[in-house]
Design a protein around this ligand. Structure first.
Ligand code: SF4
Length: 359
């Protein structure tokens, strides 16, 4: 057995966190937990996981869910394509596999939205198959423990990380369940070998860790910083008409697909108040309907992995506007909480008092 594993397993037995999906072998529940935990902290994911599996306890219930209800449960968790993909995958499992979760890695990998990481997690934890998981935690631990000096977000770096993770998994195949091995490595990355201030002083594998012995922990893992970020400027028109608001469902591909929003005017840069007032779309609504602008909000910022979004909300009151665009429909203030909005819009709704919350 590799030295790393010898040191890791006893530590994991004593230090693993108690989490609702620990000790679970139902592939559906493992898939749900792993999908929720992508891009989400465990502390935030716990509540969502509990609500999700209470409402959709198995593949069949998820497959039969109404999309709006699913998005409402997912609201606030972000990266909504995860929920849409799970929905489609569940329907596919019902159709193609008679509702039984596939038990082979290649079949799991074919499910919509399932990448190598999730397929390896489900295959190993639910079925004991020999696939090493590689997520951000594992990449960091491998880079530091083995001293991998390639950037871990490059193809070459990922290949080296994957080889190292597979080598560790293989060295213990006969002595430990592959799912436990994978969870132990991830747990070390989550609890001890953290991105900032790693706990080398209490780390079970410190005595054989390359980065620790060479005193280069702070330098690893290396990352290629040249990933381009894009910036979006959104101006949402919050048009109130007799205590109701016009909203639409986003249908275009993207992270907010199937969520709801107010009429949107996207601009190439951030606008000042007087520039917003002079936007052709705003002027047109004023001319058509005799609307008046009640206020223009502060800037709301949302930072996503590769994108920054800056949004302002232009609150308008009208006695007569009617959208001819069939996408828009009117929702009473009391009903607005039934619709799933992106976090940025929910923050505005709470702050402005349209939804109950802190002003
Ligand atoms: S000794 Fe430090 S750098 Fe090495 S694996 Fe442990 S926490 Fe990470």
């Amino acid at each position: 057995m590799h030295k790393f594993n010898e040191l890791l397993y006893p530590w994991y037995q004593l230090n693993q966190r108690e989490l609702p999906w620990r000790g679970v072998s139902d592939p559906y529940l493992i898939w749900v937990s792993e999908t929720i935990l992508q891009q989400t902290r465990v502390s935030q994911g716990l509540d969502y996981y509990g609500r999700f599996v209470k409402r959709f306890p198995d593949v069949n219930s998820l497959a039969g869910a109404h999309e709006d209800e699913l998005m409402k449960i997912w609201e606030g968790l972000g990266y909504y394509s995860r929920a849409r993909n799970m929905h489609e995958a569940a329907q596919n499992i019902v159709k193609v596999h008679n509702g039984i979760f596939p038990n082979q890695y290649d079949e799991i990998l074919k499910l919509k939205g399932v990448g190598e990481y999730t397929a390896a997690a489900v295959a190993s934890i639910a079925f004991g198959l020999p696939y090493a998981v590689v997520d951000g935690n594992v990449s960091r631990v491998m880079a530091r423990y083995f001293g991998i000096s390639e950037a871990v977000n490059t193809t070459t770096g990922q290949k080296l990380v994957r080889e190292a993770a597979n080598e560790l998994l293989k060295s213990s195949l006969k002595s430990i369940h592959t799912g436990i091995h994978n969870q132990a490595v991830m747990e070390l990355g989550a609890l001890v070998c953290t991105p900032k201030n790693p706990g080398c002083g209490i780390c079970p594998v410190a005595e054989s860790c390359h980065a620790n012995l060479k005193k280069i922990v702070a330098l690893l893992p290396l990352k290629n910083r040249n990933l381009k970020r894009s910036v979006k400027y959104f101006n949402f028109l919050v048009i109130e008409h007799e205590g109701a608001y016009f909203i639409e469902k986003r249908t275009s591909p993207g992270i907010w697909k199937n969520l709801y929003q107010f009429p949107l005017v996207e601009t190439p840069s951030e606008l000042k108040d007087d520039e917003i007032i002079n936007l052709p779309e705003v002027k047109q609504i004023i001319v058509w309907s005799g609307s008046s602008i009640v206020n223009i909000s502060q800037v709301y910022k949302r930072v996503l992995t590769h994108r920054d979004i800056y949004a302002r909300f232009i609150y308008m009151r009208t006695s007569g506007v009617m959208f001819t665009d069939k996408n828009f429909f009117k929702v009473n203030k009391e009903e607005i909480s039934n619709f799933a909005f992106p976090v940025l819009i929910t923050n505005y709704l709470r702050k402005s008092g349209i939804l109950p919350g802190i002003r």
